[in-house]
Design a protein around this ligand. Sequence first.
Ligand code: FES
Length: 152
Amino acid sequence: EKVPLKLEVNGKKYKLKVEPRTTLLDLLRENLNLNGTKKGCDYGQCGACTVHVDGQRVNSCLSFAVMHDGKKVTTIEGLADADKLHPMQAAFVKHDGFQCGYCTPGQIMSAVACVREGHADSEGEIREYMSGNICRCGAYTNIVAAIQEVKN
Ligand code: FES
């Protein structure tokens, strides 16, 4: 049986009915058509599904949507300010912080949280914080450079 769920996603308010077992990731992608958030592993190992809930980063594949009733979700689609890229998005472009791009939305959402939470003081600290976001192309050096640029 579906249950009611109120969510604010990227500044837009939604009143939804969802199956209790629907993950936040599937809700975003399938119900709201926000496909920027990616499904890599679907079990908490890759970070491709990273979003922010009330400002905290969350692996959206690991949490049920109903756990977030009344909360504010930000996805990669909500990061830019109209036509102006978020500084972290611009830094990823400048430093080639990707190759295939599949992990990039999750990388950027984690990177924004990394700086905001004060974990970007050194390369080691950045790599530690970002260790849950896997990049199979191995763009890590450039990702770190992008984060350091935003931090400084
Ligand atoms: Fe969620 Fe991989 S899809 S961590």
